[in-house]
Design a protein around this ligand. Structure first.
Ligand SMILES: Nc1ncnc2c1ncn2[C@@H]1O[C@H](COP(=O)(O)OP(=O)(O)O)[C@@H](O)[C@H]1O
Ligand SMILES: [Mg+2]
Length: 315
């Protein structure tokens, strides 16, 4: 009897180019795996999941999708990216983790929020010292300029470059309930954004944050000297292995040939052809198809169940 066809479900937001290209690529390979957009309208507890693999491009914006995906993992589906880790990670933890791994990272301080949701009153904040010792933090970071940005950030939102305490306070006063990090500014002379698939496939691309969207990826395959390129690839692999992400972009600000990791928790990275251009778009389509087909067929494996509950359920 022929093996049952395996299914890959795709969850997307408004992106238009990558999802249909990926689905077409998987289906045309005729590998015993079919890909399709998944549809849901309410989930029963322990509902079986029909997909071997789900590619999640949007659960950061649709909380119901995230909760659906956690149940999917419990049913044995492999979700790219792991919804538990995605819920847990933030830029400050990432900074600490990289430092432990021996990967260069801009020095970083996590800050108490500027303000709080209704109902949080002075007595609720008894564990916080007040005022924040700004001078000590700035001294630890090596002085201005500094970057102030959200610990749970994305899409360049609320990223401030500040040159003195007045600018820092003005920016901080705009950040509301957001938990922010304050970070050493790397005065880069080169910048790499690495597309990362399956933890080991790494494509470093020259990235110019000063250009207008969506034209920030620059096609230049020689922008890194071979040794530096190798270093960036090795660090990107290590970062993805440590974080457990199979679909990510990892950014390095490079100064005097030293790469500093800047932003490496992008579990739904921009895959649009308008950003990646014809030069790099086919790569993410191919590599994601390779990965997801292998995962669906059991040729690669990811353990996403949390050990605490999986040992109680499965022994
Ligand atoms: N420590 C830093 N030093 C220099 N530039 C930075 C630093 N942090 C952020 N940036 C700049 O700001 C941009 C957005 O910050 P990033 O951490 O990537 O946030 P997001 O998650 O919103 O993309 C980066 O691409 C980089 O150009
Ligand atoms: Mg970024």
């Amino acid at each position: 009897m022929a093996d049952e066809v395996k299914r890959i479900g795709v969850m997307v937001g408004r992106e238009w180019s990558w999802p249909p290209a990926f689905i077409e690529e998987v289906n045309k390979r005729d590998a015993g795996v079919v890909a399709e957009f998944l549809k849901i309208g309410g989930t029963r507890m322990n509902e079986a999941n029909p997909y071997a693999v789900i590619v999640d491009r949007i659960s950061h914006e649709i909380p119901y999708y995230r909760t659906y995906l956690k149940n999917a993992v419990l049913q044995g589906t492999i979700v790219i990216n792991n919804p538990f880790w995605w819920s847990a990670d933030d830029k400050f933890f990432g900074a600490c983790l990289l430092d432990k791994l021996g990967i260069k990272h801009a020095k970083t301080v996590a800050l108490p929020s500027h303000s709080y949701v209704d109902g949080v009153v002075t007595e609720s904040l008894r564990n916080l010292t007040y005022p924040i010792p700004w001078d000590e933090h700035v001294a630890y970071l090596g002085g201005f300029p500094l970057i102030l940005k959200p610990a749970w950030g994305g899409g360049f939102k609320s990223v401030y470059k500040v040159h003195n305490l007045e600018e820092l306070w003005k920016a901080y006063n705009e950040t509301g309930t957001e938990c922010m990090v304050l970070q050493q500014f790397i005065d880069w002379d080169n910048y790499a954004r690495c597309l990362c698939i399956g933890q080991t496939e790494i494509l470093p691309i020259k990235f110019d944050a000063n250009r207008p969207w969506p034209h920030r990826y620059v096609v230049d395959d020689h922008f890194l000297a071979p040794d530096l390129r190798q270093q960036v690839i090795e660090w990107a692999m290590k970062i993805n292995q440590a974080l457990g992400y199979d679909m990510n972009t990892v950014e390095f600000a490079i100064k005097d040939d030293v790469p500093y990791a800047i932003d490496f928790t992008n579990p739904a990275p921009d895959f649009e052809i308008t950003s990646l251009t014809d030069a790099y778009f086919p790569w993410v389509v191919q590599k994601m198809a390779d990965l997801c087909i292998d995962l669906a067929l059991g040729k690669r494996w990811r353990s996403q169940a949390r050990p605490e509950w999986s040992s109680l359920i499965y022994g």
